[in-house]
Ligand binder design. Structure first.
Ligand code: TRP
Length: 338
């Protein structure tokens, strides 16, 4: 046996899928996504577009297809397709659905019924409480376990889903030992926590009811300028970080994340200037921060054939890992393989 393999620690695998329901925001970018490319120095990363999960909420087919392609191009424009990384679209790897079915037979109705996100979404979309919405966490568990992922970066809303994924994996391994890696949550470097421009007590969210509250990663320069200029502030008109100044605190956080400057440096630089000048300056640094990303994004979108072939390559690379795990699980549960 080659003992360099023994000496070298195995690189861990980080996995994350994103639903193509709407374009990620500046908050997603500054808080997490812009750091993802550098993770590949330490980890093998798998990034996917969860278009099957998006089917749980009804939308026009042409929108879903377009949003899937756009999100795929966003992941590429973030330079995630490098080294050992895999970037792919979930529906291009059919074994996710096969494994999801097997896992659903190792998931209890009772534990699934406790998922708080299902209860919320069922209330939100009371006209379409489909079974997919209910079993969604088993598909998510399949997404994770099929790549034997070690680490999954999750926001608060997905913690319970990762927990049930771990429970399913542990239970399955209890019957069929060493089938799946039991994943851990990945706690990344804390990026800035960016709040809504219209209600700075709430996180900037792509589902903000007020579209002026969130800057999308694909907003054009003029829209970014307008949204920054329209940001809610206070009546003090002094650019300083402080209590009761949530709007200004948020704009200062955005400015600091985009430029690397400290709050003190920002306070000094904008001393004696009104909020108008500061808001314009915030827009300018946001535009500059997003510019390289946007240029790459546009180049990917301008070449649909190229995008398609990168997606096909990604699907092949993903399937090489996913099909192996699925084959293993199928054999273990006693499905006749021919
Ligand atoms: N459910 C996740 C969300 O809505 C998306 C998702 C699907 C996911 N499969 C995953 C996240 C696997 C992490 C790992 O945000």
């Amino acid at each position: 046996m080659d003992n360099t393999n023994e000496i070298q620690a195995k690189r861990k695998r980080v996995l994350s899928l994103i639903q193509p329901t709407s374009v990620p925001t500046l908050g997603n970018y500054l808080g997490a996504m812009r750091n993802w490319a550098s993770l590949s120095a330490e980890y093998d990363c798998v990034y996917g577009v969860a278009n099957l999960h998006a089917l749980t909420v009804r939308r026009p087919a042409t929108d879903l297809r377009k949003q899937t392609q756009e999100l795929f191009a966003i992941l590429l424009a973030l330079d995630l397709n490098q080294g050992n990384n895999v970037v792919f679209v979930q529906s291009h790897v059919p074994s996710h659905c096969q494994l999801s079915w097997i896992l659903s037979c190792y998931t209890q109705f009772g534990e699934m019924s406790r998922m708080t996100q299902f209860k919320e979404k069922a209330a939100q979309h009371s006209d379409n409480v489909n079974v997919g919405l209910f079993t969604y966490p088993t598909l998510m568990a399949a997404d994770i376990l099929i790549y034997q992922a070690d680490l999954v970066p999750v926001g608060d809303d997905q913690k319970q889903h990762l927990e049930i994924c771990r429970d399913i994996a542990t239970r399955f391994n209890g019957v069929y030992p060493n089938t799946f890696t039991v994943p851990e949550p990945y706690i990344g470097k804390l990026g800035g926590r960016i709040m809504s421009l219209q209600d700075p007590t709430r996180k900037m969210s792509k589902s903000d009811p007020n579209p002026k509250g969130a800057i999308s990663m694909l907003d054009d320069e003029n829209t970014i300028l307008k949204k920054c200029r329209g940001a809610v502030t206070d009546s003090e008109t002094v650019v300083r970080y402080g209590e009761g100044k949530e709007g200004i605190n948020n704009l200062m956080t955005i400015y600091a994340c985009c430029t690397g400057e400290s709050f003190e440096q920002i306070e000094t630089a904008f001393a004696g200037q009104g909020y108008g000048a500061f808001k314009t300056a915030v827009a300018e640094v946001v535009i500059a921060a997003l510019r390289p990303f946007r240029e790459k994004y546009k180049a990917y979108m301008a070449d649909p054939a190229g995008l398609q072939s990168i997606a096909a390559e990604g699907a092949r690379a993903a399937a090489r890992i996913a099909d192996r795990t699925t084959e293993k699980a199928m054999k273990r549960v006693g499905l006749w393989r021919i």
